[in-house]
Design a protein around this ligand. Sequence first.
Ligand SMILES: Cc1ncc(COP(=O)(O)O)c(C=O)c1O
Length: 384
Amino acid sequence: MSDYRELHHKYEFEVYPKRDVVLVRGKGAHVWDDEGIEYLDLAAGIGVASIGHGNEKLAEALKQQALNLITVPGIFYNDTRGKYLEKLISITPKSLTRAFLSNSGTEAMEAAIKFARFTTKKTDFIATMRGFHGRSLGALSATYKPDYRDDFMPLVPGFSHVPYNNFEKMEAAVTENTAGIILELIQGEGGINIADKEYVKQIRQLCDDKGILFIVDEIQSGFCRTGKMFACEHYDLQPDIMTVAKAIAGGVPMGATLCSDKINIELGKHGTTFGGNALAAAAGLATLEIMEEENLIQKAAENGDYFANKLREIKSDKIREVRNVGLMVGVELKEKVKPFLVELLKERVLALPAGLTVLRLMPPLVISREDLDIGVERIAKVLS
Ligand SMILES: Cc1ncc(COP(=O)(O)O)c(C=O)c1O
């Protein structure tokens, strides 16, 4: 058997520190390594595999579309993309009437930034501390973490960062050049930090008063994860632009920048070879059907609270707080989380960090209560 770790070390241009496991197969909320060892997946990729691994309906849709037509660039119309766009717009907040399809979260953000600049003819954006919006230069300019940014200066000018959940600081940062405010309603990578309802309402009002675009990043929180189709619904929020990716197509790469009627762009000013390709559109369509058929909104809402409450019962002086919205769950520790991720892997559990001290748990939404109980048991073992 090949040593797959060695092949990576030898040939991959590495950007991530690796976990010591070679994953080869998945089914539902379980994955297996190259030696046949089973792991409980509380990471779902990085919040991607919401419909679970190895879904047969998705595989069948991909097979059919692959046999029909995989690639159709945006210069042509396409049946599958047409159907998908109609479906996508039917489930997003009412204010959003059109979608630009791309291939990832960071590309969805790039388009949002360009569309906002083009629409407003202004240049600047206000984002928040601990916010994460991607790694390409525009999206990275909205991302907060100095460690991700500092080696790549100068980034796109005009971006500022204000403390999260602090409306006064947000309002004070507005200038006559502000094109948009960029916000995660629940910060994922930044630590599962949840925006206050009043804060979001005030930002919406501020944007309306000043002619600023409210750009909501639902790349991590979208598609049933928080117990609603989109986290916007918890806030009764109608954004001007919303970016999505991750769980959108069951793991097939896709991103989307959803726009309200306020947003405009001239033909020829933006584009992508792969964005909106028929294969990804077929995957997106099948994924939305699976989410509906399997009641994943309700499952995320009910099982999220069940799971978080069980985690709150763990007796460990290492835990500061457990936060959740649906199955977007953070266990804030009093110490660094990395060593516990290594220990959890030994207990056959895949989990994620968020910031330095938060254990981020985002299982496939199809996970059973029995598996959530097993997850709690193993987390309790590692944290006690
Ligand atoms: C909130 C948020 N925005 C943007 C991104 C960037 O998405 P991608 O990694 O697909 O470029 C992520 C990815 O983790 C994210 O969580």
